[in-house]
Design a protein around this ligand. Structure first.
Ligand SMILES: Cc1ncc(COP(=O)(O)O)c(C=O)c1O
Length: 461
């Protein structure tokens, strides 16, 4: 892995001094795991921290350092780490068996909770991940409409399978990523989201689109927010043209509101992909949606319609342990105001971070919707006033198309060295367990991090 961090860097020296145990484990890991990691986004220079345990909004590394955690299990931990209800549900289920290869009560309760919470969820099919959920959604949409093309939006991430690999984290020009068949990339129509009239016109002009798939937060959980009215206009034109509208709510599901982004924005898709929170932080996903579309999976319905059924298998679909965690998580979300609580804390955090930027004279921006926060680190050195920063004015190119991974990585390392773990966007997810003490610690860490970065020439503009 290339060394992105400067040598003689104070923040790197501080980080290394605090984390010798992580450095040792990383040296071993690099001999067996590519880049020493198990997910592209977990790679970090000079090395990532190795976590030994976690509870609520905090986690502790192998050297005993404590972190306020905003990685939140890649956004899956709305109730923080090791929530007592989740621990109890999973422990109980392990003793009852981990895999029956049969139907079981928890999968039914889990599907019923999704059905009650998510407005579009007339039917549910479980998968083992969000990637599998978007894969199945595309297959069902093609079977239902008999059409080939999938309308995607530049920079929107739908997992790592081949059909959605181009244009999500790279290859924004529509070119083909290595390892992917060009013929698959050709089956997607990729459009930017900044001009909704253009999107509507493109949909009106074609007759070969099976589905449109969108992150209803905007690309990468709001890194590139959608213009106002985008979802409503796309819903209107797709309904009129018989195109299946898929909301990818793998992040926003049960986070933007207890009914997801669709309930929050009042725009109801035909199908919804879910993962992360839906399985209580354990591996699991689901596809939910309109009954007529799900009939493609139904043996009797397809026999009656004299149509071929869509195939769908998966050893770990509705695995009992994940189902138990999912039922525990969704039951709390149904009963309690946890989504709103996380959103309120995130708003306080965003306000505080913005204040730090203003006080320290840093031309960056703080933004993000609901319980997410994002930091615009201004790689091009634009004249940004943090008090009035408007992400929509920068568009895709400014916000995601020309990200500087070096500055984001250095902010991550500086925050880790001060006891806070954020995601690489850079940004993070707030849980219902984060409170005033976590926010205060985070703001102190952020202030020191930007001071260090200013001193080391990372802050442009
Ligand atoms: C919006 C969105 N869709 C799909 C996925 C893929 O989910 P998974 O990692 O469970 O395969 C992710 C993962 O981060 C995501 O953020």
């Amino acid at each position: 892995m290339a060394t992105l961090l400067q040598t003689n860097s104070h923040l790197e020296t501080e980080y290394r001094a605090r984390t010798p145990g992580s450095a040792r484990l990383y040296a071993e890991a690099a001999r067996v795991l590519p880049s020493g990691v198990t997910h592209d986004s977990r790679a970090l220079n000079p090395y990532p921290v190795y976590v030994a345990r976690a509870k609520g909004p905090r986690k502790w590394d192998v050297d005993g350092n404590e972190y306020v955690d905003y990685y939140g299990g890649h956004g899956s931990l709305l109730l923080g780490h090791a929530h007592p209800s989740m621990v109890e549900a999973v422990t109980r289920q392990i003793e009852l068996g981990t895999h029956y290869g049969s139907s079981h009560d928890a999968e039914l309760r889990w599907a019923q909770l999704i059905n009650r919470l998510v407005p579009s969820a007339e039917r549910v099919r479980f998968t083992a991940s969000g990637t599998e959920a978007t894969h199945l959604a595309i297959r069902l949409a093609r079977a239902f409409t008999g059409k080939p093309k999938i309308l995607r939006f530049t920079g929107h991430f739908h997992g790592w399978h081949d059909q959605v690999a181009a244009g999500a984290t790279s290859h924004f020009d529509g070119s083909t990523p290595i390892g992917i068949l060009p013929a698959l990339v050709d089956q997607a129509i990729m459009l930017p989201t900044d001009d909704v009239d253009r999107v509507v016109a493109a949909i009106e002009a074609r007759d070969d689109i099976a589905a449109a798939i969108v992150e209803p937060s905007g690309a990468s959980w709001g890194t590139v927010p959608l213009p106002p009215d985008f979802l409503r206009r796309v819903r209107e034109v797709t309904a009129r043209r018989g195109i299946v509208l898929i909301f990818d709510e793998v992040i926003t599901g049960f986070r933007w509101s207890r009914g997801g982004a669709q309930a929050h924005f009042g725009v109801i898709p035909d199908m919804t992909t879910l993962a992360k929170i839906v399985a209580g932080g354990l591996p699991g996903g689901a596809l939910a949606g309109r009954r007529e579309i799900f009939d493609q999976l139904d043996f009797a319905a397809m026999k009656a319609a004299k149509r071929e059924k869509v195939q769908h298998q998966g050893t770990y679909n509705a695995n009992p342990i994940c189902a138990a965690a999912g039922v525990a998580m969704l039951s709390i979300i149904e009963r309690e105001d946890v989504c709103e609580q996380a959103c309120r804390t995130a708003e306080t955090l965003r306000d505080g971070m913005r204040r730090v930027l203003i006080e320290e004279g840093v031309p960056w921006g703080i933004y993000g919707d609901r319980s997410a926060f994002l930091v615009f680190v201004n790689p091009a050195g634009l004249a940004i006033d943090p008090a009035t920063f408007d992400p929509l004015a920068l568009g895709f190119k400014g916000l995601k198309g020309t990200r500087d991974p070096n500055i984001a990585a250095r902010l991550r390392v500086a925050m880790l060295a001060n006891g806070v773990d954020i995601m690489g966007a850079p940004g993070g997810m707030v849980s219902a367990t984060h409170g005033p003490e976590d926010v205060a610690r985070t703001l102190d860490a952020f202030r020191i991090a930007v001071k260090w970065m200013k001193a080391e020439g990372d802050i442009r503009g």
